[in-house]
Ligand binder design. Structure first.
Ligand code: GLV
Ligand code: MG
Length: 327
């Protein structure tokens, strides 16, 4: 099937820019965590059926997740369930049980270990069938695609456009490091013996380029040293600086740091809003395209950059502390 010819192709998805500064992993096998996650300030929760759940606990975990979705209060969070990957025997039942049981409470399914576009198309078709069966609008449920292998990365562009349901590309560093044979066991940190550069730079940029080329969000994966909040902050800040929209959090102690790192600083937010107002004034009232704002020259490209920062600030709930004054 060609990209874009799936049954959801005609639907315009509205969910691609949901809040995802922090994406909290919650094992579906642990009802206490499922309860506690509801009150935590993460933008997204993803209730996991995959690698944080032991094989013998996977089937009961589906029921826990459906109950938590139906009975829980998830506030304004982005709500996602991670199903098992397509090499297992669990995936189709994960999808059917979760979506039949609580599809109306769900924004997305996360599909791990996506290797090529056919994985996403499979999920798209199954979701369409289940949505029709339970009376949900076709296309209601989005897809988060995890890129966790060399093959997934090589195919990332086709994965990004495999279905209009795809909202984000998510880097899975642990599986990825194993897939390429990177010689370290410390997920998120640089491998020993490579002091010159950032071993993740190419991977992160490749994912980011595919995401941006197709209008998707890009999310960084976990940092496993959960007690080292400074380490988390340092690694998260690198992904945020590149342009990533958010990062996984594995522990409540990482959430505030993640929300802060992926929100613009107050000063940058104010500055961005000032550029937008100033540019609007000068181009419409004075009809000039390149103008001075204080000591800084701004033009159409500045407006585009300012739009990005302003949008992130507004999404993070920041309020302006400075106003543009007409000359
Ligand atoms: C997440 O799924 C990872 O493999 O890092
Ligand atoms: Mg993984």
């Amino acid at each position: 099937m060609r990209p874009g010819t799936t049954s959801t192709a005609r639907l315009c998805r509205v969910g691609r820019m949901r809040a995802r500064r922090t994406c909290l992993a919650v094992p579906g096998s642990n009802p206490r965590f499922l309860e506690k996650a509801q009150g935590l300030p993460a933008d997204e929760v993803f209730l996991d059926l995959e690698d944080s759940v032991a094989p013998l606990a996977k089937e009961p975990a589906r029921g826990n997740i459906v109950a938590a979705l139906k009975e829980g209060d998830w506030g304004g969070k982005t709500v996602v369930v991670r199903v098992n990957d397509l090499s297992t025997s669990w995936t189709y039942r994960d999808v059917i049980e979760v979506v039949e049981g609580a599809g109306d409470r769900l924004h997305c399914l996360m599909l791990p270990k996506v290797e090529d576009a056919s994985h996403v198309r499979w999920l798209d078709v199954l979701l369409t069938q289940v949505e029709k069966a339970v009376g949900l609008p076709v296309g209601a449920i989005g897809i988060e695609a995890q890129i966790e292998s060399a093959r997934g990365l090589v195919n990332v562009d086709e994965i990004a456009q495999a279905s209009p349901r795809v909202e984000t590309l998510v880097f899975g560093p642990a599986d990825f490091m194993a897939s390429i044979g990177m010689r370290t066991l410390v997920v998120g940190e640089q491998p020993p013996g490579y002091p010159e550069g950032d071993a993740y730079h190419y991977i992160l940029m490749r994912i980011l380029m595919a995401a941006r080329a197709h209008g998707l969000q890009a999310i960084d994966g976990p940092y496993l040293q959960i007690k080292d909040v400074d380490g988390f902050r340092r690694v998260a800040a690198r992904a945020a600086a590149l342009g990533f929209d958010g990062k996984w959090v594995l522990h409540p102690g990482q959430i505030d740091a993640g929300n802060e790192v992926f929100s613009p600083a107050q000063d940058d937010y104010d500055h961005a809003e000032l550029i937008l107002d100033a540019y609007d004034y000068y181009t419409t009232v004075e009809r000039r395209g390149a103008v001075m704002l204080g000591d800084e020259m701004i033009d159409e490209a500045s407006r585009k950059m300012a739009l990005v920062v302003a949008a992130k600030g507004r999404a993070a709930g920041l309020a302006r502390t400075r106003r543009f004054e007409r000359p």
